[in-house]
Design a protein around this ligand. Sequence first.
Ligand code: TA6
Length: 313
Amino acid sequence: MSKIEAATDDNGYEFIKLYHPKTISYVKVYLFGGNVVEYHDLNGKEILFLSSEAIFDGSTPLRGGIPIVFPQFDKPNPSIPKHGFARTSMWVLDSFSRDEGKIVLKLEDSVESREMWDFTFKLLYSITIGDNSLSCHLALHHPISVMCQVLLHNYFLVGNVEEVGVKGLEECEYLDKLIEFEKFKDDNQKIIVRGEVDRIYFPPLVRLNKDNEGVRVCLEEDGEMVVELTAWTNQPHNHLNPQMVIWNPWIDKSRGMADMGDEEYKHMICMEPGIVSEPFLLEGVEEEGEFVFSQKICSFYQQEEEKKSKEDI
Ligand code: TA6
C-alpha cells in the first residue's frame, strides 16, 4: 500500500510526498502550482531538475519539476499571465487512493481567475506513482465551451546536456520560437543541444497500448535510453494530439534569469507535451464536458551495480 506525508517546508510551502508501496521511489508535489518538484525512481535516482535558485515567494512559478501550463501557453491573451495562472495558483488535495498509489489535486475557478479568464472550470490533476513510472492526468471539467492551451512543462535532470539526445522527433515538423514561430522540418536522427533550443514539435501518433494512441519521445544519455515520455488525450477524434516542446535556455538566457544558476542549463532539458501551437476549442455540453491530458514518465536509469555487471558480461 502506498502512503502519503503532508508537511510545510522552510519557505512556508505546503507539500505532499507520495511513496511507492514497495520501493524507495517517491514523488513530491507542492500545492503551490500543483507543481511536482521531485520524482525519485525505484533506485532513488532523481529524474526531475529543480533550480537551486528557484524562487519560493508565492509570486513566481517554480523553476523546475513539472509546472502546469494552463489556460494559455506563452501570452496570446495579455490579460492572463505568461503560461497561464495554474502554475502560480494554490491547489488543494482532493483525494488519495492508497491502493492505486494516487493523489488528486484540484483547482477551481475563483474571482481572480474569472477576472483573467471568464470561465467556470474545475481541474483535477492526478499523480500516480507506478513501479518505475510517474503518471500525470490533467482533467478539465467545463460546463460551457472554452478556448485554451495546456502543457506539462517537464524539467528533466541530466548529467551533461551536451551528452543527451531526444529521439522520437525524427522527420517531424516544428515551429521555432526563436525565429518567430517559423516552421521547419527536423532531418536529424535525434535532437541534440548545442545552443539555445525552443521548439514546438509535431510528433507522429503511435499506439501506446490497447486503449491509447499518443506520442512518445525518449531521452538518451551517453547513448543509452534513460527516460521514456508518452502523452495522449482522451479526444484523439477531435484531432487534439499532443505536441512536444523541447527547451534549453543555454548560456545567455540562463544568465538573464533570476531563478536559474548561470551554469544550470548544462543539467536540464525540458521535454514538454502539450497542445499549444494555437488555442483549441472544447465544445460545451449539457453534462459537464471532460478533457483529459495525460503523460507517463518511465525511468530506465540503471543502478551503478547493474551497469557494472552488464559491462562485466
Ligand atoms: O516551454 C518553453 C518556454 O515557453 C520557453 O520559451 C521559455 O521561455 C520557457 O518556456 C520558460 O518560461 P518561463 O515563463 O517559465 O520563464
